[in-house]
Design a protein around this ligand. Structure first.
Ligand SMILES: *Cc1c(COP(=O)(O)O)cnc(C)c1O
Length: 348
């Protein structure tokens, strides 16, 4: 039996998708599965999403090779290289996010592409005022390249006014291609969730969802968290009053007690939020603040469980006094950070 695992509720994912579809209306849905499907396991999640979204989007070509789906796969900007274009799979759609790559493409390349437009993030992308010429150039010099999409990324959605005007910049160059180019998209999770931004993007024909599918965002819209980590102790031992526990003897038993050993630790994201700034005063306050305001991450039922000392690489010691030896403890961790080898149990 496993002693540390992540339960993933596929019904909750379907529930979230239904909410997204209500929000985006008749726009197509592009399901983003980069980063091992945000830590939930790219293989199972891609299979599960295959018939629920119109396109699956990955972060790089390797991810597209890890999955076995018939659905179209979009290789998102910014990690699409000229080397990637040699991949001949029919369901693969490439992003063109710079002009140099167009010059390197062989004349007769037969490819399906979405063009990525830079509307202010200044990371990658065809500049707005170059878009029309780039489309012209592709049409005249690369007749076998099928332009199936135009998109941009909204990088600052908390600033709604900025983003609405950013969407406006995109609209100005993209809207005229509606009808000719099927997928025109700019909304990702935060844009889908915001009424004003979503409204500004009325002219678009698709939206990309990542965080919102897996339940990392949108709780006020009824989006559900889809994952929960659990651990049962791999060992339970008695410790007498006055004895020390764990690495560095950081914890001393104030009375006779029971110590539990859990098979999760730093590699799963336990205790790694204590970033320091190498500024002595700032760091001192931070450490002081943390020791006063303990942030519990392990729970028995709804009750917090005390961590003894610091979590280690893959082991964490806890105060088991009063807890059942087989207690199934809930651990508050993020799959995005956690090591991907953690056993995943999918529940339908
Ligand atoms: C990651 C990514 C997304 C998904 O963003 P979420 O906020 O998780 O919905 C959409 N578009 C691009 C270009 C991305 O890189």
């Amino acid at each position: 039996m496993s002693n540390f695992w992540c339960e993933i509720d596929l019904n909750a994912i379907e529930h979230n998708i239904n909410i997204i579809k209500k929000l985006i209306g008749d726009k197509k849905l592009i399901g983003v599965i980069k980063g091992d499907a945000y830590g939930l396991g790219i293989n199972t999640i891609s299979k599960y999403l295959e018939d629920k979204v119109d396109i699956l989007a990955v972060g790089n070509i390797e991810e597209s090779r890890q999955i076995d789906v018939k659905t179209d796969i979009l290789l998102l900007s910014p990690l699409c290289t000229i080397e990637d274009f040699k991949d001949d799979r029919e369901n693969l759609i490439f992003s063109i996010d710079n002009e140099e790559i167009i010059k390197e493409l062989p004349q007769n390349t037969k490819k399906r592409v979405h063009i990525y437009v830079d509307t202010g993030m200044n990371r990658m992308g065809i500049k707005i005022n170059r878009l029309d010429s780039v489309i012209q150039e592709l049409k005249s010099n690369h007749p076998n390249i099928e332009i199936e999409g135009l998109y941009t990324h909204l990088h600052k959605c908390k600033d709604v006014r900025y983003t609405v005007s950013q969407v406006g910049r995109f609209k100005k160059v993209a809207e005229k291609y509606k009808g000719e180019i099927p997928f025109i998209h700019c909304l990702a999770s935060s844009g889908i969730l915001d009424n004003d931004i979503r409204k500004a993007a009325d002219f678009t024909t698709a939206a990309r969802g990542g965080n919102i599918i897996y339940g990392y965002a949108g709780y006020n819209r009824g989006i559900k968290k889809t994952f929960t980590y659990y651990a049962v102790p791999v060992n339970v031992c008695k410790v007498a009053k006055g004895e020390q526990v764990g690495y560095g003897g950081l914890f001393t038993a104030k009375s006779d007690m029971t110590v539990g050993v859990l098979a999760c630790g730093n590699v799963h994201g336990m205790g790694i939020t204590r970033e320091t700034k190498n500024n002595p005063i700032y760091d001192m306050f931070k450490i002081l603040y943390r020791s006063i305001k303990k942030r519990y991450v392990i729970f028995n039922g709804g009750r917090p469980v005390e961590i003894l000392g610091k979590p280690n690489m893959n082991v964490t010691l806890i105060n088991m006094t009063g807890l059942d030896k087989y207690a199934k403890l809930k651990i508050d961790l993020s799959p995005v950070i956690s090591e991907s080898s953690v056993e995943k149990v999918y529940i339908e």
